[in-house]
Structures are given as C-alpha cells and as structure tokens.
Write a protein that binds this ligand. Structure first.
Ligand code: HEM
Length: 391
C-alpha cells in the first residue's frame, strides 16, 4: 500500500510509472484503487461500470449519521448515476451556463475590490483566509441566497466537512448535523419569504411538481455550498502560490491581463485544486493494463496525477501558460459529472488574480514557500495558509 500525502507530485509520478492501479488506504479502515494515468483516468471518469449510486448504497449502511440527516445531505447529482443524475443536474444547470455566469462579472469584480480594499493598510495577510476563501464563499452564498448574517457559522462547518477523515469524527458529526439543521431552516424561511436567488426558485419548482423531493432539495444546497467554494479557494490560492515563485510571470500578467485566462488554465493543470475525483464503486470487474479490479471495489481517480502525465502533456512538470495542450486537463473531471461550476470557478479566479496583481504589484511571500502546509486528505490540493506581504 502507498500513501500520497507527503509529496503528491513525486509520489504520483512514481505510482504512474510502476502500475496503472494501486491500492491505497481511504480513511481509517477502507481501501480503494487509485487510477493515475491520463488515458485511464479519462476512461474511468466516463465509465458507467464505476458507479456513484452503488457506492452510496453500500456506504450508507455504515454511515455514522442518522438516516434523516444522511438523506438530507446526500441525495444530490454527484451521488447518482443516470437517469436520476440527469434529472437532478438538469434542475440547476441553467443557472451555471457560461452566459448566466458572465452576468455575475460586475458583482464578482465589486466583491473582489471590496475584499482587497479591506486589506489595505495591513502589511501581512493570510491570502487564503482573507481573500481566496471569502470571495467564492460570498459569491456562492449570494447565488443560493444564504443571508450574510448566517455565513460565519456555515464557514466553520464547511471547513470541517471538507477536512474528511482528517477531522475528528465527533466534530464532523456536529458540523454535518448543524448544516443539515441550518439548510432545513433556511428552506423554511425562503418558502415563507421567497427572494430572487437560486434556492427560492428551486423551492418554487419543487412545490410546483418539478419532481424534486425535500431531501433532494436540501442535498443540492449542501452540494453547491460545499463544491462552490472549497474548491475555488484552492484554485485562487494555488495560482498565487505558483506566481509568487515566478515574479517575472506575475509582472507579465499584470502588464497584460488578457494573459490571465491561459495562466489560470495552466494552474488548473499544474496544481489541480481537486486532487482526485469523488469515490466510485465497480459494478463489475474493470481492467487497466495488467490489473483487473474486481467488482464491488472502491475506485479513486487521480486528477492531479493525470494532469502531470508526460504521455498526455509535453514537459508535463513545467509550468507554461503558453502551452497549447493545457486545455486537455481533467481538473474539472470529465464525462457526465464534469464540474457544473467550471465557468464560475474560472471567472472568479481570473478576476481575483488580475485584481490582486494590479492592486499589489509588490506582493511577496512572507514565509518560505516550501514551508507551507498543504491540506490533508485525498480530495483537496491547496495550501492551508498563504502569508504574504502586500507592500
Ligand atoms: C476550481 C474550482 C473547482 C474545481 C477544481 C472543481 C472540480 C470538480 C470536479 C473534479 C468534479 C467531478 C467530481 C467527480 O467526478 O467525482 C466536480 C463536480 C461538480 N462541481 Fe466542481 N469544481 C470547482 C468549482 C465548483 C463550483 C464553483 C461549483 C458550483 C457552483 C461546483 C459545482 C460542482 C457540482 C454541482 C458538481 C457535480 C456535477 C455532477 O455530478 O454532475 N464546482 N467539480
């Protein structure tokens, strides 16, 4: 068995070379198969024999949460296969198209400027806590309709929930239960007093017979709230981390902001914010090269590894925003579960990075970059803190 915690790129390169699939520990007791090669990763992400639904059914039996809490948080598109997946995704997909997201640009720019203005006058800040986190968090809360007054509590629960097995079980339990209570209460409040945000329109659709159960409604709020910011914080953080190591590249982006979108695309490939896909379960034996994974086994698909695979990308370990093959990255997944929020994540991070570079041309790291701590667990790839000097 192998662990990918210490130095993911080096470890993953070794795993990619030695075998197409490796058994790794997932949490304290379970074991899963890690897929690391680009071609296998793309195939696995689009393979109906790797089921989300079969996994939910199996793990629900061992879930530590009471059945009502579990159902209120887990009946969302990322836990289903077609046709349920198609139905659940269709209900919200219209809100996340590139066109709908582009309409949010002025508001995101405004929020970005306000956050940066709040940093003025401070010499050293933690770019994660003070900027990379609050921006996507505020955007997704506004999009869903989470009142500002409730956001601080939610921020704490959300941090605990994405820590996964790294968080003590009782803390995890409390965070999940508190969030479930909160979402139920919020749905009640929005039903009584609708606004023009996404949750109110989902409630109306659900009440009008759109085929969304109460558990599906609260679960989609859970999914969007978590997926909508815990990932983008890593993209913004990783972008700044990479640029702090490359001051002349940062200067180029500052001088010509039209270069930023390509740079963000290369960050997505080079330091992918989500290390691996969510877990899947084989419904029949599946073969990768000389390894056959039996039926009923957990599979984890490494996006970070695929994006550094030399068989798919020229000079894969080089950061090069001018490369022409970056668009093939799988940082947002692939196939039917391809990230619904990709246009939003791209827009937020492009605005965030451009504005940060423009406002603080002398931005520097306040600590040696190789001493930063990275988030634990098999899912997220991002630094926990990023102390910087603004001027
Ligand atoms: C840099 C930021 C982001 C990254 C790297 C990212 C990555 C991913 C990945 C890899 C998946 C597929 C997981 C799998 O197949 O197991 C996914 C799915 C998803 N993401 Fe994102 N995500 C980001 C931001 C967002 C945002 C901002 C939102 C919401 C507004 C969002 C909503 C979703 C949803 C709803 C799914 C499930 C799609 C489905 O099951 O059909 N994500 N994301």
């Amino acid at each position: 068995m192998t662990s990918t915690a210490a130095n993911p790129h080096e470890t993953l390169a070794h795993l990619r070379q030695s075998s197409p699939a490796h058994q790794i520990p997932i949490g304290p007791t379970a074991v899963g198969w890690l897929i690391t090669r680009y071609a296998d990763v793309k195939r696995a992400l689009n393979d109906p024999r790797l089921s989300k639904q079969a996994l939910s059914q199996r793990t629900n039996g061992g879930s530590p949460f009471p059945v009502d809490v579990r159902k209120a948080m887990s009946e969302h598109m990322l836990n289903f296969d077609p046709p349920e997946h198609t139905r659940l995704r269709r209900l919200v997909s219209a809100s996340f198209t590139a066109r709908r997201v582009e309409a949010l640009r002025p508001r995101i720019e405004q929020l970005t400027d306000d956050l940066l203005a709040g940093l003025d006058g401070r010499d050293t800040v933690d770019l994660i806590d003070d900027f990379a986190f609050p921006l996507p968090f505020t955007v997704i809360c506004e999009l869903i309709g989470v009142p500002e007054i409730d956001r601080e509590a939610f921020r704490g629960w959300s941090n605990t929930m994405v820590a996964g097995p790294a968080a003590p079980p009782e803390q995890m339990y409390q965070a999940v239960a508190a969030t479930a209570d909160y979402v139920a209460d919020l749905i009640g409040r929005k039903r009584a007093e609708p606004d023009d945000a996404l949750l109110s329109s989902l409630i109306q659709a659900s009440d009008a017979g759109a085929g969304l159960t109460a558990d599906e409604l609260s679960s989609v709020v859970f999914l969007l709230l978590l997926a909508g910011h815990e990932t983008t914080v890593n993209l913004i953080g990783n972008a700044v981390y990479v640029l702090l190591q490359r001051p002349s590249m940062a200067a180029d982006l500052r001088a010509d902001p039209t270069l930023v979108p390509d740079a963000i695309e290369e960050i997505l490939r080079y330091e992918s914010p989500v290390k691996s896909s969510t877990l899947r379960l084989t419904t029949e034996p599946v073969t990768y090269g000389d390894i056959t994974i039996p039926a009923d086994e957990i599979v984890i698909i490494s996006l970070l590894s695929a994006n550094r695979d030399g068989d798919a990308f020229i000079a894969a370990d080089e950061f090069d925003p001018t490369r022409t093959d970056a668009g093939g990255h799988v940082a947002f997944g692939h196939g039917i579960h391809y990230c619904l929020g990709a246009p939003l994540a791209r827009l937020e991070s492009q605005i965030a990075v451009s504005a940060l570079l423009r406002r603080y041309p002398e931005l520097r790291s306040a600590v040696p970059l190789d001493e930063l701590d990275w988030r634990p667990g098999i899912l997220m790839h991002g630094v926990t803190r990023l102390p910087v000097t603004l001027r």
